[in-house]
Write a protein that binds this ligand. Structure first.
Ligand SMILES: *[C@@H]1O[C@H](CO)[C@@H](O)[C@H](O)[C@H]1NC(C)=O
Ligand SMILES: *[C@@H]1O[C@H](CO)[C@@H](O)[C@H](O)[C@H]1NC(C)=O
Ligand SMILES: *[C@@H]1O[C@H](CO)[C@@H](O)[C@H](O)[C@H]1NC(C)=O
Ligand SMILES: *[C@@H]1O[C@H](CO)[C@@H](O)[C@H](O)[C@H]1NC(C)=O
Ligand SMILES: *[C@@H]1O[C@H](CO)[C@@H](O)[C@H](O)[C@H]1NC(C)=O
Ligand SMILES: *[C@@H]1O[C@H](CO)[C@@H](O)[C@H](O)[C@H]1NC(C)=O
Ligand SMILES: *[C@@H]1O[C@H](CO)[C@@H](O)[C@H](O)[C@H]1NC(C)=O
Ligand SMILES: *[C@@H]1O[C@H](CO)[C@@H](O)[C@H](O)[C@H]1NC(C)=O
Ligand SMILES: *[C@@H]1O[C@H](CO)[C@@H](O)[C@H](O)[C@H]1NC(C)=O
Ligand SMILES: *[C@@H]1O[C@H](CO)[C@@H](O)[C@H](O)[C@H]1NC(C)=O
Ligand SMILES: *[C@@H]1O[C@H](CO)[C@@H](O)[C@H](O)[C@H]1NC(C)=O
Ligand SMILES: *[C@@H]1O[C@H](CO)[C@@H](O)[C@H](O)[C@H]1NC(C)=O
Length: 645
């Protein structure tokens, strides 16, 4: 009722206006669109306020010189409900952008089949199907639809891909249907129906079967992405004929077979085939892909002597990811010619030998991960890396575990890598004390030197690590803030007391000092680590009482002090109500209900419990990070994609 009133008012007012009005027909189409919505985010109000003017001055509307609406652009406007086919009646509409709303139901096929609309963006909504016209005979247009850019990504579309509307003839150039739940075969009919088809993104769906050979007909295709589906089989030969391809990405499918023909795609800049079951070797002549910038082959079954591959002509290569394959040989010398390389991940292969000093040629290298291979001489490796001044992440997890020559101290020159943010060296044979200069690494927020043979006391200088003691608001550190701040010294031979300066690490998220020989009491100062989420002090020789302030650590979701020599009551309340018996085991002198050894009347003061919802979330966080510690590769994956994804 109110709306009819509004419409009439608008009509009357616009008649009175001296600006040239858009036609009544146009106006009524727009008003029917807004009537079809269940929530309009104040749009009707905004249009009403502007009612005196032609609808051409309404928010989100643009017209051509003749007063015809040519653009409806209402992204992120809080719109809910269904999209009215009435928009298809706007006779001049060329661009419709309704992205980032909460529109649901069907996408009217009138919009897809229109011979006016060129750009249709309904991404980031909750649309679930293409809505066929009532009259099925007219659902197939007798003209060539004008649509060139269609973005239906990040919606709730299911079932087979609705190709009917652009089946036999179309003008499509760009189609993004990623992040829906489409099933069945990958569509490829637009390769025949549209001669200019250039960009296809079908990632994050449930397409299955093999990759359509029909893509071979897409002679203008530049971008092809269909990662995170259930595609199987080999890459079809027809695909290697599409020489226009610059970006080819099928990560996380079930593809198998060899890669040899890929060298035909001379324009490739990005090749991402990670997370499949590809086997065979990297083609020796991969160097012919001179434009290659990113090459992801991680998590496959590739093998062969990496040494034989000639990388030297890949001067544009920025990222090389061979994680988790079965490559053998040494790191190829030819790789050191790729002077633009900034991320190199070789972890979890069967590589051996020593790192060449020529790695310093890689002046842009910021991310290096070598873990879980069979390299020799960590002292040498760390030594040759000393001139890679741009390193941000150095991960040498468990690489060096073979013979006795593989031990060494943490070298002083590491202190020169001022940009280092993450230093990951667990599972090696590092000896000697933890050096005091670590605190001079001003960007370091993640230090994992667990499972080594480090000895001596925990240096108080560690408690001055800038990134753990202050909250950097510098935007440069925004990436860092996406990661937990971690100090992991577990499984070494550290002795002495835990310094009470530990209370300075106000921004630390995860602290693991387990399986050392620390003695003395747990400092009261732990109570000021307000951001602490995981604390592991198990398997040491700690004595005395558990500081009652620990129950003020409201974010603490994983806690382990088992196998020490602690005594007295276990604090109650706060997060302590979420920990189980196993957090406290192996401390015969502790008492508390939780370990079935009541203390009598000397319990600690309870503090109010958190809501179960909060607690649940925090437990989930702890489990997630627990898993990272267990599975270095998973963590590596996340770090890699955060920095370079
Ligand atoms: C009416 O539309 C014009 C042009 O879009 C805009 O500048 C103006 O702020 C609008 N007025 C109201 C009251 O919304
Ligand atoms: C639609 O609007 C969003 C938000 O402004 C923008 O990011 C997107 O590029 C627009 N779509 C098109 C096709 O221009
Ligand atoms: C939808 O896709 C088109 C074409 O790639 C793009 O221009 C537009 O920005 C995308 N929309 C959003 C919201 O990202
Ligand atoms: C497709 O849309 C998604 C968002 O839904 C976006 O992340 C992706 O980059 C787009 N693909 C292309 C090729 O532009
Ligand atoms: C997929 O869509 C959901 C819902 O719109 C969104 O939250 C998510 O970021 C999208 N994922 C990608 C990879 O674009
Ligand atoms: C498309 O073409 C095929 C044969 O080439 C035909 O069988 C089909 O009916 C056509 N579809 C439409 C919608 O015209
Ligand atoms: C390309 O299209 C033609 C028909 O236009 C068809 O005969 C041929 O099989 C297609 N090629 C591929 C590789 O599908
Ligand atoms: C690739 O293209 C060549 C030349 O156009 C053609 O002879 C060959 O049959 C094509 N191969 C495939 C697998 O389509
Ligand atoms: C790696 O390759 C070797 C032979 O080169 C083979 O014996 C071994 O089984 C392979 N390992 C895996 C995990 O495929
Ligand atoms: C690692 O290298 C040593 C020799 O340096 C060799 O004895 C050992 O078999 C290798 N291990 C693997 C798993 O290849
Ligand atoms: C290990 O590297 C160091 C430093 O480069 C070198 O002095 C030493 O000889 C190497 N050890 C072996 C066994 O190659
Ligand atoms: C640990 O350090 C002590 C001396 O502090 C030494 O006797 C012992 O051998 C070391 N243990 C290991 C496993 O290195």
């Amino acid at each position: 009722m109110a709306f009819t009133g509004f419409a009439i008012t608008v009509l009357l007012l616009s008649l009175a206006s001296d600006a040239r009005p858009c036609s009544d027909h146009e106006k009524s189409s727009l008003l029917r669109f807004i009537t079809g919505l269940s929530l309009d985010g104040g749009l009707a109000m905004s249009w009403r306020r502007n009612g005196t003017a032609s609808c051409c001055s309404w928010e989100g509307i643009a017209c051509d010189g003749d007063g015809a609406v040519i653009e409806v652009s209402l992204p992120g406007r809080g719109l809910q409900g269904s999209i009215s086919p009435a928009l298809g009646d706007l006779t001049g509409l060329r661009c419709l952008n309704l992205s980032h709303n909460s529109l649901s139901g069907g996408l009217p096929s009138e919009l897809l089949a229109s011979n006016i609309i060129v750009v249709l963006d309904v991404s980031f909504n909750q649309l679930s199907r293409v809505l066929q016209q009532e009259d099925l005979s007219s659902s197939v247009p007798d003209h060539r639809p004008s649509l060139q850019v269609l973005n239906i990504s990040s919606n709730l579309f299911t079932g087979e891909f609705p190709s009917i509307v652009w089946e036999n003839k179309s003008n499509l150039v760009v189609l993004n249907a990623s992040n829906n739940s489409f099933q069945g075969w990958m569509p490829s009919s637009f390769c025949i129906s549209s001669p200019f088809f250039a960009e296809l993104d079908l990632s994050y769906n449930q397409f299955s079967g093999s990759i359509s050979p029909g893509l071979g007909n897409c002679s203008a295709l530049v971008v092809l992405k269909a990662g995170h589906n259930q595609l199987s089989g080999a890459l079809p030969d027809e695909l290697f004929n599409v020489s226009s391809l610059e970006h080819l990405a099928f990560p996380n499918n079930y593809l198998y077979g060899a890669l040899d023909s890929v060298i035909n795609l001379r324009n490739l800049a990005i090749l991402d085939l990670g997370g499949n079951m590809l086997n065979g070797k990297i083609p020796d002549s991969i160097g012919k892909l001179k434009r290659l910038e990113e090459f992801h082959l991680d998590n496959n079954d590739m093998s062969g002597e990496l040494t034989k591959v000639n990388f030297s002509t890949l001067i544009n290569l920025k990222k090389l990811d061979l994680l988790c394959n079965n490559f053998t040989g040494t790191i190829p010398e030819s790789l050191y010619f790729c002077s633009n390389l900034n991320a190199l991940r070789l972890s979890f292969n069967n590589l051996h030998g020593q790192l060449s000093p020529r790695i310093v040629n890689l002046k842009s290298l910021t991310f290096l991960s070598l873990g879980y291979n069979n390299f020799t001489n960590i002292t040498n490796a760390l030594h040759v890396l000393k001139d890679c001044k741009n390193l941000i992440v150095l991960s040498v997890r468990g690489s060096y575990k073979a013979s006795c020559s593989l031990s060494g101290k943490i070298p002083l020159w590491l202190s020169k890598l001022k940009k280092l943010e993450m230093l990951v060296l667990p599972n090696n044979k590092l000896t000697g004390p933890i050096p005091a200069w670590i605190k001079s690494l001003k960007s370091l927020f993640y230090l994992d030197i667990s499972y080594n043979n480090l000895a001596g006391e925990i240096p108080t200088s560690l408690m001055e690590m800038p990134m753990l003691t202050t909250n950097h608001l510098d935007p440069r550190y925004r990436t860092a803030s996406a990661f937990p701040k971690v100090l992991n010294l577990a499984n070494n031979n550290l002795t002495g007391v835990i310094p009470r300066e530990i209370g300075q690490l106000k921004w630390i998220d995860i602290l693991d000092l387990s399986s050392n020989s620390s003695s003395g009491e747990i400092p009261q100062q732990f109570g000021s680590l307000i951001n602490l989420q995981v604390l592991d002090l198990s398997n040491n020789h700690l004595t005395g009482a558990i500081p009652s302030d620990l129950n003020k650590l409201h974010l603490l979701s994983a806690f382990n002090i088992s196998n020490n020599d602690l005594e007295g009551p276990i604090p109650t309340g706060g997060q302590f109500s979420t920990f189980t018996k196993s957090s406290f085991g192996g401390n015969p002198k502790l008492c508390g209900i939780i370990i079935d050894r009541p203390c009598g009347s000397t319990g600690a003061h309870p503090v109010p419990m958190l809501s179960t919802k909060q607690t649940g979330r925090r437990v989930a966080f702890a489990i997630a990070f627990g898993t990272f510690f267990g599975l270095g590769v998973l963590y590596d994956q996340i770090v890699f994609s955060r920095y370079f994804g």
